[in-house]
Design a protein around this ligand. Structure first.
Ligand SMILES: NC(=O)c1ccc[n+]([C@@H]2O[C@H](COP(=O)([O-])OP(=O)(O)OC[C@H]3O[C@@H](n4cnc5c(N)ncnc54)[C@H](O)[C@@H]3O)[C@@H](O)[C@H]2O)c1
Length: 503
């Protein structure tokens, strides 16, 4: 079945058919959701609650972390009052998750067409946005204008125009949009920030950063909605937003200009043939060559993938296991970018989605030395039980090499869980009533969300035009986020030890 053209999963909120169809859809799905919403809004036991009231929009794989956090770890401070999605099946699955979580009350469920009704009836303090990237801005803006605070998954949004609309909405409403850049919270990456802040390598003049996605996790982007720019705007937005944010935050800098090249040469119909297949096909489930294909994903054999996606295809026609060699894929798999920052620093960056291993290598070239840091990640497939961003044992190296003298290796800071332990630290920051003190200033607002996504959007533009793109030409009125103090670019430096002549 072909995908609907407007959204990968279902009818988008803007063009949803309206109240009568909504009730009919809900009734036919046997959900009784509208009734649950009414009951909840009238319940005096919850109306005076001091816990923060949350609603989540987008009940796919990523939302589960937030739902579980609210209903389990932080239940004393938080309650989930509503869930919203275009897919009634996934919506109901999320409501069942509440029961499994032992939540005091199962949240009300609303189809996307009734987002405004959801906000009016369940009165969330905060709306958490975990939908497909291209729809983030719609919900962020509507939630802000309805008087809610917003927590959004990355990327905050994925075009300069949508970014401008979000920045304007923040300005208009006086509210902020929190962007959950969980990579900042990963202990080894926080450690890198700590070393940079300490001044051990001086001020940073340039960065070399290379991110590798392997043929498991990397290939998975080419199966899902991410594979089409109209939903993701490509990996420069969807994936690299994490990386561009890390560098902005690590350096305490704003990007000013971007140029680059991007291409797709591996996940193509031609490559399917070079790899010995007769052709590309529609999807893995029905693939006539599945036994020959090293990219076969068995969606029916995985409980979590079946439960989350296969069982609900009937509602929206979204296939989670589409062929990675399909001709309609229009995102890049090989990207090389050059970024200039307001501190004068420059960065060479690459992202490759068909690599031999997963992880990254980064080097910061400072006025007193070089910081080299790398991470090798374990195999991950979204929506399965594998740990996202999990680090292989011994997979982190962090080393400072002074301009003269011996290198120093650091014992990596560690923690367990998603994204190298970063998810847990971030959730404490998000959901505890008083956020823990944080000298690294890891909480990111809409300015940081914009500063990151605009590098990706500028790179995309440069891929097409071949020209360098100025960030200032993409949006107006973008302020610099508040960063922790970094080493001064004008402070005196110690003279290097003279090289001694040999006798
Ligand atoms: N920070 C991280 O490390 C991380 C990891 C994974 C995903 N994410 C982000 O989380 C978001 C969701 O990703 P996912 O992996 O859960 O995807 P997913 O495909 O599993 O889920 C997306 C959900 O959104 C719903 N949806 C689609 N269009 C909608 C619309 N117009 N209105 C409301 N709901 C709609 C779908 O039905 C689906 O339930 C993305 O923005 C992604 O970038 C972040």
């Amino acid at each position: 079945m072909p995908l609907p053209s407007s959204t990968p999963h279902s009818t988008p909120a803007a063009s949803d058919p309206g109240r009568r169809t909504f009730v009919k859809t809900i009734a036919s799905a046997g959900l009784g959701i509208a009734l649950a919403a009414t009951t909840r809004a009238a319940d005096p036991a919850t109306s005076g609650a001091k816990r923060t009231r949350y609603a989540i929009v987008g009940t796919g794989s990523r939302h589960q972390m937030y739902q579980d956090a609210i209903e389990k770890t932080y239940a004393a401070y938080a309650e989930l009052v509503a869930l919203c999605d275009t897919n009634p099946g996934r919506l109901e699955l999320a409501r069942k998750r509440s029961t499994k979580n032992g939540a005091a009350q199962v949240p009300a469920g609303y189809l996307a067409a009734d987002f405004a009704k959801m906000v009016a009836e369940t009165k969330p303090n905060v709306v958490i946005v975990t939908t497909v990237d291209s729809f983030h801005h719609e919900y962020i803006i509507r939630a802000l204008e309805a008087g809610c605070d917003v927590v959004t998954e990355k990327p905050m949004t994925n075009t300069p125009e949508r970014c401008q609309a979000v920045l304007d909405a923040c300005q208009r409403t006086g509210r902020h949009c929190r962007v959950t850049f969980n990579y900042r919270y990963s202990p080894p990456r926080t450690q890198v920030k700590d070393i940079l802040m300490s001044g051990e390598i001086g001020d940073v003049l340039s960065v070399d950063f290379h991110w590798l996605l392997n043929t498991f996790h990397g290939a998975d982007y080419f199966r899902r909605w991410h594979s089409q720019k109209k939903f993701s705007n490509g990996l420069m937005l969807h994936k690299a937003t994490h990386h561009f944010d890390l560098v902005n935050w690590w350096l305490g800098a704003m990007p000013v200009a971007v140029s680059g090249t991007g291409k797709r040469e591996f996940y193509t119909p031609e490559m399917a043939k070079r790899l010995g297949l007769a052709s590309h096909h529609e999807r893995c489930l029905t693939c006539p060559e599945k036994t020959k294909c090293g990219f076969f994903l068995d969606i029916a054999a995985s409980n979590s993938l079946r439960e989350l996606y296969l069982d609900h295809e009937k509602h929206d026609g979204y296939f989670r296991d589409r062929c990675v060699f399909r001709p309609e894929i229009d995102i890049e798999d090989t990207m090389n970018v050059l970024v200039k920052y307001d501190t004068g620093a420059t960065m060479t960056y690459s992202l490759n989605a068909f690599n031999a291993w997963e992880g990254y290598q980064i080097a910061f070239n400072g006025t007193k030395g070089r910081l080299e840091h790398s991470a090798v990640e374990s195999i991950y497939v979204n929506g399965t039980d594998s740990v996202q961003g999990g680090i292989k044992t011994g997979g982190i190296t962090t080393r400072v090499i002074p301009l003269r003298g011996a290198a120093r290796d650091f014992t990596p800071w560690t923690a367990s869980g998603g994204h190298g332990g970063g998810d847990k630290v971030m959730l404490d920051d998000l959901f505890l009533p008083t956020a823990p003190a944080d000298k690294y200033l890891r909480a990111a607002d809409e300015r940081a969300g914009a500063a990151s996504l605009l590098v990706g959007a500028a790179a995309n533009r440069s891929f097409v035009t071949g020209q360098s793109v100025a960030i200032a030409d993409l949006v107006k009125g973008l302020g610099k986020p508040v960063y922790a103090p970094m080493p001064s670019p004008t402070a005196p430096l110690p003279m290097l030890e003279p090289r001694r002549a040999r006798s």
